[in-house]
Design a protein around this ligand. Sequence first.
Ligand SMILES: NC(=O)c1ccc[n+]([C@@H]2O[C@H](COP(=O)([O-])OP(=O)(O)OC[C@H]3O[C@@H](n4cnc5c(N)ncnc54)[C@H](O)[C@@H]3O)[C@@H](O)[C@H]2O)c1
Ligand SMILES: [Zn+2]
Ligand SMILES: [Zn+2]
Length: 357
Amino acid sequence: MKGLVFHGPGQSAWEQVPDPTVQDPTDAVVRVKAVTICGTDLHILKGDVPEVAPGTVLGHEAVGEIVEVGSDVRTVRPGDEVLVSCITACGRCRFCRQGMYGQCLGGGGWILGHRIHGTQAEYVRVPFADLSVHPLPAGLSGQDAVLFADIFPTAYEVGVLNGSVRPGDTVAVVGAGPIGLAAIRAAQLYTPERIIAVDLADSRLDAAKRLGADAVVAVRDDPEQLVADLTDGLGADVVIEAVGVPESFELSTRMVRPGGHVANVGVHGKPATLHLEDLWIKNVTLTTGLVDTSSTPTLLRMAAAGRLPTSSMVTHTFPLDLMEEAYDVFGRASETGALKVVLGEPRHDTLAVPAAA
Ligand SMILES: NC(=O)c1ccc[n+]([C@@H]2O[C@H](COP(=O)([O-])OP(=O)(O)OC[C@H]3O[C@@H](n4cnc5c(N)ncnc54)[C@H](O)[C@@H]3O)[C@@H](O)[C@H]2O)c1
Ligand SMILES: [Zn+2]
Ligand SMILES: [Zn+2]
């Protein structure tokens, strides 16, 4: 088969690799029908995730068909259409027993496209298949379903749930990339009074508006002042940090009201300053986290029921073998307007995300 192989910083290629097979009785092999590229894959290519060994097939999000299962797999069988979660789970360790699959101690966690071969290929081996793939509900297209492998559970669990969004809240989302946009969608489930999106790029702010942000503000236009003006000077009840750089984290902690929540989602490569000299008196709750994907079954059911419109955040589609071109389009998002690119479909550029339903 072919797969997108990482060959060290700055180097990757769509090339011939061995077909995956069942190695452990809890494995499944999935034929990939839709797969996407994550900002984290770009971090890996930049060399920011040094534990990824050269020779690894990248990718941790997919939809596909089960083609083979090991003798201990109970919940899926060949022919089933499934979502492959970005997190795999042994189901037995201390953390899995609490639904904290991201922290799995039994060989799961974030391993696909990280510690083992991933989903950006024609086939992928998924360990611990019973807890790591989800049967697809009817009525959800593969292109939309693939958004539930990573970005929607991340935005919902690490952003909206950790941030404790409640009805009537003012929610500020810092960073309107795919994760921030999904957080805007997921926060709407709780009927906040308003959602304010902050980004550097006007194209991302436009997308935030289309996905339902009530106000958008560029970093250069003083987001702190806008949040203060809209909240009688108090600040936001919840700030969701969806960037991962010191500036955005520190901005988030300046925009939160006393007693409010800052939910950090961004992956940080550098230290950020926690200004306790300002924050100690404000009763602020700060949360961090890697996604567990424990919410995925619920989110899939809600999406199938039309309760969580993704307004397809997919701006570009490609056949699988145009993986290198898809990486190029996704990697130049500020020029190409890409949000999510999906492979495994005929080639198409929609560019604009349709308006919120
Ligand atoms: N915690 C988790 O489990 C988890 C899971 C998946 C992704 N992530 C992380 O979430 C973050 C967002 O992911 P994404 O795919 O949306 O990334 P992205 O790079 O596509 O989007 C980030 C957005 O932030 C904007 N931005 C950059 N600097 C900014 C600043 N100083 N202030 C405001 N906005 C700024 C960019 O213009 C961009 O639109 C990344 O750090 C990613 O690695 C975390
Ligand atoms: Zn990801
Ligand atoms: Zn475990």
